[in-house]
Ligand binder design. Structure first.
Ligand SMILES: [Fe+2]
Ligand SMILES: [Fe+2]
Length: 424
C-alpha cells in the first residue's frame, strides 16, 4: 500500500465517483481504486446517484455505459454545468464501439473492460493529472452545448393548422374566407376559437357565431394568437413529466402572467396584443425540461421545495440548462414570431433581448405581479423584484405598478376562466 494516492501526495486522497450499474462490477472496480489505488471512492448505481454525489466535488468520474444506469445522460448534464464541466470523466466499459458516442457526449477517456489493474490505475492516474485534458474539455464546451440543444429531437409539435394560419397571415391581404377555410379544417380548434371569442376575455356584447365572424371582429393577428394559445395546449397535453410538477398551477401562473402583461400594455398605452400569448408561452421551457429530463426535473423541484432557490437557478445547477434556453429552442422549432421567442428567452433578463426588450419587459413585470398575487405557481415561492431594465424600458415605476394592482388583479381573475376552454 506504499504507492497509494494518499501517501504519494501527502494530502487528502483524491475522490473518484464510480458509476457502475452492476453491483459486482462496482465491487471489482472499487477494489482497484480504493485498496490498491488509495483513492476515496463514491459509488453510484444510477445517473441520478451521480448527480446527487456531485456535491462532494469528485476529482474524476468513472462511468459505465449500461443503459439502465442512464450514465451518459448524466454525462451530458455534467458537461452543460458551469461548475462541473471541467471534472474529467472516464468511461469504463466493454462496449468499445460506443467510444465515439462517449467522446461526443464529453468523455475524456475510455478504459476498456476488463483491464489489468496496472493499466486501469495507469489510465486513472493520467486522467487525474492531466490539466491539458481539462482545458480541452472547457474549450470545446461552448460549441458542444449548442450542438446538444440541436440534437434534442423529442420536442412536441404544434397542430398543423397553426403553421397554415401563420403562413396565410404573413400576407396582410389574406381574405377572411381563406383564413376561415383553413381554421375550419380543424373542428376542435374552431370550436375553441368560437368559445374564446365569445368569452369575457374579448368582451363583445353580441354573439359570434362563425369562424368567419370571429376573424372579422378580432382581426387576423388576434385570431392567429388565439389559435396559438389553443395549439400550445394541444401540443403539450400528452407530455408526461415528474410527479412534483403541478401542471395546473403552471398554467394558472402562465395565464396570470399573460393577463398581467396584457393589462399592463393597455395601461402603458402600448399596443401589444400578443402580450397574453407571450405569458402563455413564457415558461414553456419548464414543461419541456420536465418531459425530457424527468428524473432530474423532479430533483429540481425537490431542491426548490427546500426553499431559498429559484427554479431558474435550480435548473441551471442540476440540469445545466434553464427553461429560457430550452424554451428558445422550442420557439424556433415551432417557428413562432420573433416577439414570442424574445419573451420566452429573456423574460428573466429582459435587458439581454436584442430584438424586443419591450415584450420581454412586459412579461418580466407580469411574472413579478402574478407571483406577488400568488396566482398558480411559477415553480418556486419567491417573488422576484421587477428587473430594473424592464422598469426602465417601459418607463414605469414601482409606485405606478402598485397603483394599477387592483385593475391587473381583476384582469387576471377574468382571464383565468378561459383556461378550461384552452385545456379542453
Ligand atoms: Fe420563467
Ligand atoms: Fe414565470
Amino acid at each position: 500500500m506504499a504507492d497509494t494516492a494518499q501517501s504519494l501526495d501527502g494530502l487528502e486522497p483524491k475522490k473518484i465517483l464510480l458509476a457502475q450499474y452492476d453491483p459486482q462490477d462496482r465491487r471489482f472496480a472499487r477494489f482497484f481504486l480504493d485498496l490498491i489505488g488509495g483513492y476515496q471512492v463514491l459509488e453510484a448505481a444510477t445517473g441520478m446517484d451521480v448527480i446527487k454525489l456531485l456535491k462532494h466535488k469528485p476529482d474524476l468520474i468513472v462511468l459505465d455505459t449500461a443503459a439502465q444506469g442512464n450514465f451518459l445522460r448524466a454525462l451530458e448534464i455534467i458537461r452543460r454545468n458551469k461548475v462541473l464541466k471541467n471534472i474529467p470523466v472516464a468511461i469504463y466499459s466493454n462496449e468499445q464501439k460506443r467510444l465515439p458516442e462517449c467522446i461526443k457526449r464529453g468523455a475524456d477517456g475510455f478504459i476498456v473492460k476488463p483491464s489489468p489493474p496496472a493499466a486501469f490505475l495507469g489510465k486513472v492516474w493520467k486522467l487525474l493529472g492531466s490539466e491539458s485534458q481539462k482545458t480541452a474539455t472547457a474549450v470545446g464546451f461552448a460549441n458542444k452545448y449548442k450542438r446538444d440543444l440541436q440534437e434534442i429531437d423529442n420536442l412536441p409539435t404544434l397542430p398543423t393548422v397553426y403553421a397554415e394560419v401563420d403562413r396565410l397571415c404573413k400576407n396582410p391581404d389574406v381574405s377572411s374566407e381563406e383564413l376561415s377555410k383553413v381554421i375550419e379544417t380543424d373542428p376542435s380548434i374552431s370550436l375553441k376559437l368560437l368559445s374564446l371569442a365569445n368569452s369575457a376575455f374579448f368582451g363583445f356584447s353580441r354573439q359570434i357565431k362563425s369562424v368567419h365572424d370571429a376573424i372579422s371582429l378580432l382581426g387576423n393577428k388576434t385570431v392567429q394568437n388565439t389559435i396559438l394559445n389553443i395549439a400550445v395546449f394541444e401540443a403539450t397535453k400528452g407530455l408526461d413529466g415528474s410527479k412534483g410538477f403541478d401542471k395546473n398551477a403552471f398554467w394558472l401562473h402562465s395565464a396570470g402572467v399573460g393577463s398581467a402583461a396584457r393589462e399592463l400594455s393597455k395601461k402603458l398605452k402600448i399596443d401589444r396584443e400578443e402580450a397574453f400569448t407571450a405569458g402563455i408561452v413564457h415558461d414553456m421551457g419548464k414543461i419541456i425540461l420536465d418531459a425530457l429530463y424527468t428524473d432530474f426535473y423532479e430533483e429540481v423541484i425537490q431542491k426548490v421545495k427546500g426553499g431559498g432557490i429559484s427554479i431558474f437557478a435550480a435548473e441551471e445547477e442540476i440540469i445545466g440548462l434553464h427553461h429560457g434556453q430550452i424554451g428558445k429552442e422550442l420557439c424556433e422549432s415551432w417557428d413562432l414570431p420573433t416577439e414570442l421567442t424574445e419573451a420566452v428567452s429573456y423574460h428573466h433578463r429582459p435587458k439581454s433581448s436584442e430584438k424586443d426588450t419591450e415584450i420581454a419587459s412586459l412579461v418580466n413585470l407580469g411574472d413579478h405581479l402574478a407571483r406577488k398575487f400568488g396566482v398558480g405557481s411559477g415553480g418556486d415561492d419567491l417573488v422576484p423584484e421587477p428587473a430594473p431594465g424592464a422598469l426602465q424600458r417601459l418607463n414605469v415605476t414601482v409606485e405606478q405598478l402598485d397603483e394599477w394592482e387592483s385593475d391587473i388583479q381583476k384582469a387576471i381573475d377574468r382571464d383565468q376562466s378561459i383556461l378550461s376552454t384552452l385545456k379542453g
